[in-house]
Design a binder for this molecule. Structure first.
Ligand code: ADP
Ligand code: LRH
Length: 501
C-alpha cells in the first residue's frame, strides 16, 4: 500500500536481507523483499598453505592476499533490494543499515582503497602484537571496555598501518557507514558500531584521539559520530534514479548499525532480570545494563561493554556460535563433493534431527577456543581439541553436531552465571533471538544447562530493532518512546516459543 513504510538492510556474516516494515495499530509487520548470500572471497591462499609458483615471474602478493568481503556485490544487492522495497511500499520514507561489527573500508578522496578485509583474516594476530607494544590489555580495557578479540578494529588497523595503506587513506568508514555513504554521500560513523572498534572511549563514548595518536592512526581518518535515530541524509540523485525513488522522500537514518545492538533493542524483555543470547554466526551472551562494568574481574572473564541503542550498555561475551555448525556442514558437503555456502538448509534440519537422537555421551569442548575462529575443518579441530585432552572425540556427524550444541549450551550457562556475578543483576529468564532461536534442540539444551526458562524469538530481531528505531525517528511511533515501549511493540507483533528447564 501507499502508507508510510521503512526498510531495514540487515547484513549478516552468512546472508543479507532487505525487510520492509509498517506500523499498524501498535503492531509492526514485516515483509522480506530481498535475501542474498554473503560469500567472502579469498584472493591468494596464504603462502604457508599453498605451493608457490615455480614460474619465476611476478611478485608474491602479500598485500592483496587474504580473506575479504565482497562489498561491491553486497552493495549491488542492497540497491536492488531497496528497489524491490519501493515497488512493494511506494510510501517508503526511511532506510536503516546494520551489519556485523569491527570491519571497515579505507578511502581517499571518496574512493575506496582496496577491498575490505573479513574479520576472520589471519592478519589481526600481528596487529595485536603491534598494539600491545604500545598499550597493554589492561589499559585498553580501561579505555574502551571491550573484550579482547584479535579482530577488534584497533588491532586490524595496526596490521593495515604496517602494510602502508593507512598512510594513503583520508577516511575510514565501518561497513554499514560505507553503504550509507554510497547511498547518500554523507560520511558518518554510527556510535554503537564505533563502540566495537576499540577506539571509542567507554567513559564518554567519543573517539579516543589520544590512543589513536599513540598508535599512529590519524584522528582525522575517523568520521563524526551519529547516534541511532539521527538522520544521515537523503539518497543521492544517482541512487534515487536507479532504484526509482523520489529523492527527497527517502532518508537514510542511523540505527543500531552494529547488528547485535539492533538485535538487543528488539529482545522482548518483560523484566530487567533477564539475559539474552543473540544467536547467529556468533552467540552474544549477556545483559543490558545502564552503566559499564570495568572491574578487573570483568576483564579477566573477557566481558565486553559495547554501546547499545539509547545509551544502554551491552554487557556480554562473544562465545562463538552456529559458525561451528555451519563450517562443519560446509566441510562435510565439500567432502561429499556437494559444495554449498549457506551452511544450513535441508542438510541442517536432517543433521539436527539425528543429533537429537544421539544417546552416547558427547564431549563438551571450549567453544570459545581461538582455533575455531578461522574458516576450516571444524570437525577435525574439535577432534584435535579432544585428543589433546585425552577425551574421546565425537564419532559420527550426528555426534559432532550434538557435541557442538552441548558445548554452546554449556558456554551459555557459564557466561550467564558469570554475567550475574560481575554485574550483581539476576538473570531468571534467557531470551534467544536470531537465526539460532529456530534451533529447538539448542534451545532445549540451553534451558537444561542454564537451569532457566528460555524464551525463543523473534528470529529477525536485528531487522526489527533496526526498523523500530527508524519508526521512532520518523514519528510512526512516539518520538518519546523508550526502549521498553519499543519492546512492547515487539511482544505485540511476534510470537515466542518457551522452553522450560
Ligand atoms: P547471521 O546474522 O550471523 O548471519 P542468523 O541470525 O541469520 O546469522 O543465523 C544463522 C544461523 O541460524 C545459521 O547458521 C543456522 O545455524 C541457524 N538457522 C537458520 N535457520 C534455521 C532453522 N530453520 N533451524 C535451525 N537453525 C536455523
Ligand atoms: C555478530 C557480530 C558480533 C561481532 C562479530 C564480528 O554478527 O556483529 O557482535 O563481535 O559479528
Amino acid at each position: 500500500g501507499g502508507g508510510p513504510a521503512l526498510a531495514a538492510v540487515d547484513l549478516g556474516a552468512t546472508s543479507g536481507r532487505v525487510v520492509v516494515g509498517r506500523l499498524e495499530s501498535g503492531r509492526l509487520t514485516m515483509e522480506q523483499v530481498a535475501r542474498f548470500p554473503n560469500t567472502p572471497v579469498q584472493f591468494t591462499e596464504r603462502r604457508s598453505t599453498e605451493r608457490r609458483s615455480t614460474e619465476g615471474h611476478g611478485t608474491e602478493g602479500e598485500g592483496t592476499e587474504g580473506l575479504h568481503w565482497n562489498i561491491q556485490a553486497l552493495y549491488g544487492a542492497v540497491e536492488e533490494g531497496l528497489g524491490a522495497a519501493l515497488r512493494s511500499a511506494p510510501g517508503l520514507c526511511s532506510v536503516g543499515i546494520d551489519s556485523w561489527a569491527v570491519d571497515y573500508a579505507l578511502l581517499r578522496g571518496g574512493r575506496m582503497l582496496g577491498v575490505p578485509y573479513h574479520y576472520r583474516d589471519a592478519r589481526s594476530a600481528r596487529g595485536v602484537e603491534l598494539v600491545h607494544a604500545v598499550a597493554d590489555g589492561a589499559e585498553l580495557f580501561a579505555r574502551n571496555g571491550l573484550q579482547h578479540l584479535d579482530f577488534n578494529t584497533v588491532f586490524q588497523l595496526a596490521a593495515e598501518r604496517e602494510s602502508g595503506f593507512l598512510d594513503l587513506a583520508d577516511r575510514l568508514l565501518l561497513l554499514p557507514d560505507l553503504l550509507a555513504y554510497w547511498l547518500t554521500g554523507w560520511a558518518r560513523t554510527e556510535a554503537t558500531n564505533a563502540s566495537t572498534t576499540g577506539l571509542l572511549s567507554v567513559a564518554d563514548r567519543t573517539w579516543d584521539t589520544e590512543l589513536m595518536e599513540r598508535l599512529g592512526y590519524p584522528p582525522g581518518l575517523f568520521a563524526d559520530l551519529v547516534d541511532p535515530g539521527e538522520r544521515i541524509g537523503p539518497l543521492t540523485a544517482g541512487v534515487a534514479g536507479r532504484i526509482g525513488a523520489d529523492r527527497d522522500r527517502v532518508q537514510v537514518t542511523a540505527v543500531g548499525s552494529h547488528d547485535t545492538a539492533s538485535a538487543v533493542a528488539a529482545v522482548p524483555f518483560e523484566t530487567p532480570d533477564a539475559a539474552y543470547i543473540s544467536s547467529g554466526t556468533w552467540s552474544l551472551v549477556g545483559l543490558e545494563l545502564d552503566a559499564p562494568v570495568l572491574t578487573a574481574q570483568a576483564r579477566a572473564a573477557n566481558f565486553t561493554n559495547e554501546g547499545g541503542v539509547d545509551g544502554r550498555v551491552r554487557f556480554l561475551r562473544n562465545v562463538s556460535g552456529l559458525w561451528l555448525l555451519s563450517e562443519s556442514v560446509r566441510t562435510w558437503r565439500d567432502a561429499d563433493r556437494r559444495p554449498g555456502t549457506d551452511g544450513g538448509g535441508a542438510d541442517l534440519q536432517e543433521l539436527l534431527d539425528e543429533a537429537e537422537k544421539v544417546e552416547r555421551e558427547v564431549p563438551v569442548f571450549d567453544a570459545a577456543d581461538e582455533r575455531f575462529v578461522p574458516p576450516g575443518d571444524m570437525p577435525a579441530r574439535i577432534r584435535d581439541w579432544c585428543e589433546e585432552r585425552g577425551v574421546r572425540p565425537p564419532g559420527s556427524r550426528a555426534e559432532v553436531v550434538r557435541s557442538i550444541l552441548e558445548s554452546l549450551a554449556a558456554a551459555y550457562a557459564r557466561t550467564i552465571d558469570t554475567a550475574e556475578e560481575l554485574s550483581g543483576r539476576k538473570a531468571r529468564t534467557v531470551h534467544v533471538v536470531g537465526g539460532g532461536s529456530q534451533n529447538a534442540l539448542l534451545c532445549r539444551l540451553t534451558a537444561r544447562r542454564t537451569g532457566r526458562r528460555v524464551v525463543a524469538g523473534p528470529v529477525e530481531a536485528t531487522a526489527i530493532g533496526n526498523l523500530l528505531v527508524q519508526a521512532r525517528a520518523a514519528g510512526l511511533v512516539s518520538p518519546e518512546a523508550t526502549l521498553e515501549d519499543l519492546r512492547t511493540i515487539v511482544r505485540a507483533s511476534f510470537p515466542v516459543t518457551v522452553y522450560e528447564p
